[in-house]
Unconditional design. Structure first.
Length: 264
């Protein structure tokens, strides 16, 4: 069964989200949705991919891959770069090291997919992150290859992609508690905390491409009213990032559906 007309209309508008943020929220003329591929070009988590525009971004992160359109190295005959997010095949130190070794050998770029929630209170107040968060970020940064471009992605949604991201604390994706339990995308505290965390990640990873909305198309399908709030949230975060990093391509990614799906 086809989705309702309002959902169809939002689907038509979703790829223009980057341009919308530029027109409504940005004070500069840098392209919306990041590089010239536009919004939806970035790689997402398992099952997601973006279509590449000219000079834009593309790829999938199922199994950890992500790509950025552009010319490769001297020996690279492909018209795009490929990278792999460092999700190990086993929960051991040797598996983590082996994963990074494989990435260094076979990848054309650094690709990091941050999808474990947000340290909401710490990001809002500027307090130190929980040790689990700090150690994870430092570990990822320590494995960056300075000779390769970096793609960085951050999820504003929970793993189910039906509401605001969970809390990243002693472990990933913990329930939001206290005042955070009822805050939503239209909350000033949420927008400030997410923007602060995004800017901190940019300072740490120094990405060449930044996806600040992993698989946001899923929220449109799961909760259209929440998605309406997300649009204002996205404009706020985009504007803050571009004010400090005007030349950084900033965009969102969408989840690729099966061609036979009514949601495709």
């Amino acid at each position: 069964m086809a989705p309702p007309p309002q959902i169809q209309m939002r689907w038509l508008l979703l790829p223009l989200l980057g341009a919308l943020c530029v027109g409504a929220c940005s004070s500069d003329d840098n392209g919306g949705g990041g590089s010239e591929g536009g919004a939806g070009g970035g790689a997402g988590s398992a099952g997601s991919s973006g279509s590449a525009g000219a000079g834009g971004t593309a790829g999938s992160a199922s199994g950890g891959s992500a790509g950025v359109a552009g010319s490769g190295g001297a020996e690279n005959t492909r018209s795009m770069r490929m990278g792999f997010s460092p999700w190990p095949w086993d929960a051991t130190v040797s598996a983590v090291n082996d994963t990074y070794d494989k990435i260094a050998t076979h990848g054309d770029l650094n690709a990091h997919h941050i999808d474990g929630g947000i340290p909401w209170e710490e990001a809002l107040t500027g307090a130190p992150y929980p040790s689990n968060v700090e150690n994870e970020l430092k570990g990822r940064v320590s494995h960056l290859d300075a000779n390769k471009p970096t793609y960085l992605a951050l999820a504003p949604l929970n793993p189910a992609r039906n509401q605001l991201a969970d809390t990243w604390g002693a472990s990933p994706n913990m329930p939001r508690e206290g005042a955070w339990a009822t805050r939503d995308f239209d909350s000033t505290e949420v927008q400030t905390a997410y923007g602060n965390f995004a800017l901190d990640l940019i300072d740490r990873f120094k990405p060449d491409y930044f996806n600040d909305g992993i698989e946001v198309s899923e929220l449109l399908l799961n909760d259209s009213q929440a998605f309406d709030k997300y649009v204002g949230f996205a404009c706020n975060v985009y504007t803050r990032i571009k004010q400090q990093h005007p030349d950084l391509p900033v965009f969102v990614s969408i989840a690729l559906k099966h061609p036979d799906s009514a949601d495709a």
